[in-house]
Design a protein around this ligand. Structure first.
Ligand code: SAM
Length: 290
C-alpha cells in the first residue's frame, strides 16, 4: 500500500471512498512523512513492542507503526473508517482493528489480554476534543504502560510539561507528572494535517513511572485538593481550599498546615510542587483524623 504520509496518497484514498472528515471526531489526518518518522523515533518502537493506537483515521500512522512494532491494536470510533482501514492496512498481519469509543472501552482488560501481561506503548495523533480524558483515563485505570507518545494541541503539551510558578502550570501538569515524565519532542504546524487544525500541535512523550515520584496517602483526595487549588487561581491557596465545596477543610487549617511546611500562609496554589501537594494533603487528612 502506498505511503499515506504523502499528501496525494491520502487525498486519493479519501476521494476513492468518498470520505469527508468529521469535525465532531477531531479528524485531522497527518500528511507529513517527516513528522510521522519523528513520532515513531520518539516512541522508540521495536519488534518487541505491543502498540496501542488511538484513532487510526485512514491508517497513516498505523502503517508506520506496523512496520516497526511486534503488533498493533488500533481503536477507531468512526464506523465509516473501518472498510478504509481494512484496505489501507491489508498488507499487515500484525494489526488488530477495534471499532470502539476509547472512552467506553475497558482498555486495561483488553491490554492485559492482548499484550499477554506485557506493558504497551500508546502512540496516537489524538482527537483534541478528548485529549485529557483519554490520557487521564489510561493513567487512572492503571493500564500497563511503558510510555505514551501523542500529538496534542501545543498549548496542552505545554501545560503537561509546566512547572510551578509558570502560567501554564495547573491541575493537568500535576496529574500528568504524578504518573509520568513529560517531554515535548516536536512542534508541528497546521499544514502537516488534512484538513488543517485551527491550532498548533506538539508531540509529547510521557514516560510512565513504575513508582510515583511522590507518596500520596490518598491519591483521589490529593487530586481533589489540587483541582480545588487551581479552580480559583488568583486567590491564596488557603482561600481557594477553604471555599471549595466538597473538600471540607477550613481556611485556618490550611494556613496552619502551610506554616508547618515552612510556607507562607498567603501562598498561591500555583507556587506549590507536586511533593508539597502530597505533603499538604497528608497534613490535612491527618488533622481530619483519617
Ligand atoms: N491517526 C490518524 C492520523 O494521524 O492521520 C488520525 C488522527 S485524527 C486527529 C483522530 C482520530 O481519532 C480520528 O480518526 C477519529 O475518528 C478518532 N476518534 C475520535 N474520537 C474517538 C474515540 N472516542 N475513540 C476512538 N477514536 C476516536
Amino acid at each position: 500500500m502506498a505511503d499515506l504520509g504523502i499528501p496525494r496518497n491520502t487525498i486519493e484514498v479519501l476521494q476513492k471512498h468518498r470520505f469527508t472528515t468529521r469535525k465532531k471526531y477531531g479528524q485531522n489526518f497527518l500528511i507529513d512523512t517527516n513528522v510521522l518518522d519523528k513520532i515513531i523515533r520518539a516512541a522508540d518502537i521495536t519488534e518487541e513492542d505491543c502498540v496501542l493506537e488511538i484513532g487510526p483515521g485512514i491508517g497513516t500512522m498505523t502503517q508506520y507503526l506496523a512496520e516497526q512494532a511486534g503488533k498493533v491494536a488500533a481503536v477507531e470510533i468512526d464506523r465509516d473508517l473501518i472498510p478504509i482501514l481494512e484496505e489501507t492496512l491489508a498488507a499487515y498481519e500484525n494489526v488488530t482493528l477495534i471499532n470502539q469509543d476509547i472512552l467506553k472501552m475497558d482498555v486495561k482488560k483488553y491490554v492485559e489480554e492482548w499484550g499477554g501481561g506485557r506493558s504497551v506503548k500508546v502512540v496516537a495523533n489524538l482527537p483534541y476534543y478528548i485529549t485529557t480524558p483519554i490520557i487521564m483515563g489510561l493513567f487512572e485505570s492503571r493500564v500497563p504502560l511503558k510510555s505514551i507518545t501523542v500529538m496534542v494541541q501545543k498549548e496542552v503539551a505545554e501545560r503537561m510539561q509546566a512547572g510551578p510558578g509558570t502560567k501554564d502550570y495547573g491541575a493537568l501538569s500535576l496529574a500528568v507528572q504524578y504518573y509520568a515524565r513529560p517531554e515535548i519532542v516536536a512542534n508541528v504546524p497546521p499544514n502537516c494535517f488534512l484538513p488543517r487544525p485551527a491550532v498548533g500541535s506538539a508531540v509529547v512523550r510521557l514516560t510512565g513511572y513504575t513508582t510515583p515520584p511522590v507518596a500520596a496517602v490518598d491519591e483521589r483526595k490529593m487530586f481533589a485538593l489540587i483541582r480545588a487549588a487551581f479552580n480559583q487561581r488568583r486567590k491564596t491557596l488557603a482561600n481557594s481550599l477553604g471555599n471549595a465545596s466538597g473538600l471540607e477543610v477550613k481556611k485556618e487549617r490550611v494556613e496552619q498546615a502551610l506554616e508547618q511546611m515552612g510556607l507562607t500562609s498567603t501562598i498561591r496554589g500555583e507556587a506549590l510542587t507536586l511533593a508539597q501537594y502530597a505533603e499538604l494533603s497528608r497534613l490535612l487528612l491527618e488533622q481530619q483524623g483519617n
